[in-house]
Design a protein around this ligand. Sequence first.
Ligand code: FES
Length: 570
Amino acid sequence: MNITLNGHTCWAKPGETILDVSRREGVNIPTLCHMSDFSPTGSCRLCTVEVENAGSLVPACAYPVHEGMEVRTNSPRVRRARKTIIELLIANHPQDCLFCVRSGNCELQKLTQEYGVRTHRYEGERRRARIDIASPAIERDPEKCILCGRCVRVCHEVQHVGAIDFVHRGFKSAVAPALERSLNTVPCVDCGQCVVNCPVGALTEKSNQKPVWEAINDPERFVVVQVAPAVRVALGEEFGAEPGTVVTGKTVAALRRLGFDRVFDTNFSADLTIIEEANELLGRLKNEGVTPMLTSCSPGWVKFIEHYYPDLLGNLSSCKSPHEMQGALLKSYYAQKIGVDPSRMYVVSVMPCTAKKYEAQRPELGGAYADVDAVITTRELARMIRVAGIDFFKLPNEGFDDPLGESTGAGAIFGAAGGVMEAALRTAHFYLTGSDMKSLTFAPIRGLDGVKQADVRIGDFTLKVAAVSGLKNIKSLLDDMRDGTSPFHFIEVMACPGGCVNGGGQPLPTTPEKVRLRTESIYQIDRESPRRCSHRNESVQKLYAEFLGEPNGHTAHELLHTHYVARDEF
Ligand code: FES
């Protein structure tokens, strides 16, 4: 069919909305509540456009096109309506942009500037609410919420968690956990997908910048930092680089200039995780242990299964996540090696994830000392770099410290959904056959699909595997496991859709295209690595020879493995 858009004729398909056609035609219509791939709610009305003969303004995100329709997206009436909507939104908003962490990267602030809103046109009663700071991972400021509902939809429809929802009616409407409790007293999994989808500063990560600065400035502390695989393909965006730009060397240089005593690579312990996990898997298969084995690197996923499928905790790999393994080794093996008292050591993890903040304070992850003392997100690291006045792109490229800085391509791909599985298969193949695979790429488990499956022939064994990202996608597989009908031996699960590249701590705004580009760069790092299998990491081999003994042996179990708890309590 044909429609007229701002006086130009263009084609459209039945079922498309005005917004679909406009975006294809390169006509920008502002949105706040709209989410691609979700049915429209039409709640914010910011996408208002004028349709000839429709009799009124209509929301472009929800209004279907029809033959001969005449649409105006930029008439004086449309601009006036949008400006009024923005003025009404800010009338019920604290307008504390001076202090807001999203200032400069806030969709409402940007619209206010674009539409020339310069005064408080509507003043009246404002909704008041307390900031929820009790969660170790996520802060919630209900006064900043504009009720677009994006957080609610992602929590319900993408993650199937439903920790937050709309409560009350009319002026008292709010987004909150049940009974308006704190996020840490409901079964929220801390994945931070609500933060990623919040257009304003109503949902943010719980900042750990202050304790990290304090540790750096404390001469008694030996402060060590590690960097997760997905950070290096996203941090550059914070300084204006194209999404997916690989900034590993500059990240290391920046961390040194911030004052960290050592800078290590979590990719090292991702390799170590693979050695432990592949051995655990093969042990389970040989000894008829509990299968399918489920990966345990994603703390949001671990919290999900603890809350919702505690009867399946025996299927979870007992491996700690890579940064926790690294923390445990830093405070034992490395502290011993360099003669530093582990009580003086302060371990910071730079992660793409908000759930890692919650994970780091789990009592079972550590002995006399917590494995990891503080987690900061990619966004928080960018803020620290800015505060320190470091010109990021003028930094040289520097390498990680040794020996916990060496890594392979297998460690790098942990940052992409399917990567842990692929890395584990490379090493499982070596353990079962004594040789590396001819092709190290497993195409069926790459990409951004929520569920990917493959049959992998290793020697005379066919391993049935799946890689799942986005928590709603794991439910049917877990239900099959409950029924005893699961065909799989090994399942990778990542809480965030697309894996860590799309974690709750990554630069904002995140778009599907940015996630795709970050993912591509993760695989580029793998392709360009001189070694691409975890069992080829010489520093990992040396670690076992010098300190850990056998994979899955006594010391390895003590330091690198953990246990889980059924969470009736939060
Ligand atoms: Fe269309 Fe909100 S974006 S109504």
